[in-house]
Ligand binder design. Structure first.
Ligand SMILES: [Mg+2]
Length: 279
């Protein structure tokens, strides 16, 4: 019987692509643990399918059982390296868009000249992505788009972020219910896992919806300062369901996969001897 559903963010959570160092051997230990322990593994990422597959190859990550991609707007079932998009999830979130496709939404916004469509590879079936100049009033733009959508009863989640390297604003339009938390809850329900069997690991702002929920979560030691602050402030109001990895566990520093392993040992002390044996 599978006793654990392990859901982890990729960039700067499992993938060591932040400024802090990775403990030597931590990722290999994580891989061995996913092979030996009775668990199912899901990646939860803003990346699309191709970029998740690229990360698996580049960083020698274990092949997961599921992948929640595009910030929760798609879920894939993975069987013997075959990726299959989960139609039930599409049906679930498509209701927010009243049957309209991403192309339909785009045509409703075509006259807004400040919005520049991102590359085809960054568009999803239920994700429309645009560039918006940093000097533009993004709040006014979001309000205008929401107003147009409301006229057609479209429920959308508009996410504004900044690509600092490219010095441009990014605007993603998703179905309102397409987010990491809702996708994880869907996965749990479909696979018959309860809350005690779920562990999530993350590091930054787009993990906050899960970290703030009642689900058991791990914040890796290299997590961004603002996420730490946001959670510390709220800790007085929420159940103690976030484990902050701090390092000094089996000689590892708590960053990235080391933090995930440390958190698993916290929630599942019964697995500690197995983890020590794999080290
Ligand atoms: Mg991350």
């Amino acid at each position: 019987m599978i006793e654990l559903l392990l859901c982890t963010d990729l960039d700067r959570t499992l993938i060591p692509n932040g400024s802090q160092p990775e403990s030597k051997g931590a990722r290999a230990l994580f891989s061995r643990l996913t092979e030996v322990a009775s668990l199912q593994l899901s990646y939860v990422s803003g990346r699309d399918q191709a970029l998740i597959q690229q990360a698996i190859a580049d960083y020698d990550l274990p092949t997961p059982d599921f992948a929640i991609a595009d910030v929760g707007s798609s879920i894939y079932l993975i069987n013997h390296d075959k990726w299959q998009r989960w139609d039930e999830w599409d049906n679930d979130i498509s209701q927010d868009w009243q049957g309209f496709s991403g192309e339909d939404l785009h045509s409703m916004l075509e006259d807004l000249s400040l919005l520049q469509r991102q590359e085809v590879s960054k568009q999803g079936k239920y994700k429309c992505s645009y560039y918006l100049p940093l000097e533009a009033d993004h709040q006014a733009m979001i309000a205008l788009i929401q107003q147009r959508f409301e006229q057609k009863q479209i429920k959308a989640n508009l996410i504004w972020s900044i690509d600092e390297a490219a010095e441009t604003g990014l605007l993603d339009i998703l179905p309102a219910s397409a987010n990491k938390l809702h996708a994880i809850m869907f996965l749990m329900q479909q696979q018959g896992f309860n809350k005690q069997q779920l562990i999530f690991a993350g590091d930054s702002g787009n993990d906050l919806d899960v970290l703030r929920s009642p689900l058991q979560s791990i914040l890796v030691a290299n997590a961004s300062a603002d996420v730490r602050d946001a959670l510390q402030i709220e800790r007085g109001y929420t159940p103690d369901n976030v484990y902050f990895a701090r390092g000094n566990f089996l000689g590892m520093n708590g960053n990235y996969s080391a933090g995930i392993i440390e958190g698993i040992a916290h929630y599942r002390p019964d697995l500690l001897s197995m983890i020590k044996g794999l080290k």
